[in-house]
Design a protein around this ligand. Structure first.
Ligand code: F6P
Length: 301
């Protein structure tokens, strides 16, 4: 019998849950060399840690068991990893986001999203399959390795949050159809770079300060985004004078998180347009991002 999209997404989600449980064990039972810098620089210039490579291997191995996955594009790999040329879906992954935090016992996450290939099954996979707009995602989510193990994902306008229960050994749904609050409880930004922000961002930060809004910044995107989702607020990684296109990767970080945030009723813009409307030009392209509660009108975002 032909499987519906939801059946197929369910199969992929089941694997993602297994990946989360396995990777959390790796992170929590940290071997002494886990934080070692591999001396490899990833395609966007970040240092690759052993944990990034372990996670990438775990995800590729698990996903290669699903024939519907045609290819994986990973933040850690320059080129797509082809799994099944006749497969139907392209999975994007950031195997461990915030891996540099593991050294300090900080939080980190795994980010993923799914696209349907655009080419026919008997055609070669090409950029038209890999470089799709964020609005073409069919589902996206993240695993958050924090003080508990959390899985968040969105399919269309429904965003759900699960927490791993160690007694039952399974993920339990804790929120369905979750919606972000429209209050600005926190803002998250690396203010150490403030001399390099443009006037619009500097003014925005001045306004936040006048209103006594609390600043939080962990250096791990998923930890900050999760805080914003749960309590309301805004995460900003704007352009700086030395990084005009920001730091965060469109395909691996900004698009999946924008898809989730918008499903939860929030916003995600690069400062000019909706992140989900950006036409990607390359796999490892970065963009500025302002993402969180819908404060566009009040602050002219
Ligand atoms: O993209 C990797 C990452 O570590 C994110 O998890 C985090 O939000 C960001 O970079 C931190 O960058 P910076 O150290 O420039 O503030």
């Amino acid at each position: 019998m032909k499987k519906s999209l939801n059946d197929e997404v369910e199969i992929i989600l089941k694997k993602i849950k297994e990946i989360g449980i396995n990777l959390q064990k790796v992170i929590y039972n940290i071997p002494s060399d886990i934080n070692e810098n591999t001396k490899i620089i990833n395609p966007t210039g970040d240092i690759t840690f052993n944990i990034d490579l372990i996670a990438q291997k775990e995800i590729t191995t698990k996903m290669s068991q699903i024939p519907q996955i045609a290819a994986i594009i990973s933040e850690e790999e320059l080129k797509p990893i082809i799994l099944n040329k006749k497969g139907k879906y392209i999975l994007t992954i950031d195997p461990i986001d915030g891996s540099s935090n593991v050294e300090y016992n900080g939080s980190c996450g795994t980010i993923f999203s799914l696209y349907k290939r655009k080419s026919q099954k008997d055609q070669e996979l090409s950029d038209k399959d890999y470089l799709q707009k964020g609005k073409d995602q069919i589902f996206a989510g993240y695993i958050f390795y924090g003080s508990s193990l959390v899985l968040v994902y969105a399919i269309e306008k429904n965003m759900e949050i699960f927490q791993y229960n160690y007694e039952k050994k399974m993920f339990i749904k804790i929120h369905e159809n979750f919606k972000i609050k429209n209050n600005l409880k926190y803002y998250c930004i690396n203010e150490g770079y403030s001399n390099h922000f443009n006037d619009k961002v500097k003014n925005l930060l001045q306004n936040f300060k006048k209103e006594n809004i609390s600043l939080r910044y962990s250096g791990a995107l998923i930890a900050d985004i999760h805080r914003i989702l749960i309590s309301g607020g805004i995460f900003l990684y704007p352009s700086t004078t030395n990084k005009q296109e920001g730091k965060l990767r469109l395909m691996f970080e900004n698009n999946p998180l924008a898809y989730i945030m918008k499903a939860a009723g929030g916003i995600a813009t690069d400062g000019n347009i909706d992140v989900l409307e950006i036409s990607p030009k390359s796999l490892h392209q970065t963009t500025p991002i302002f993402i969180g509660s819908n404060i566009s009108q009040k602050y002219n975002l």
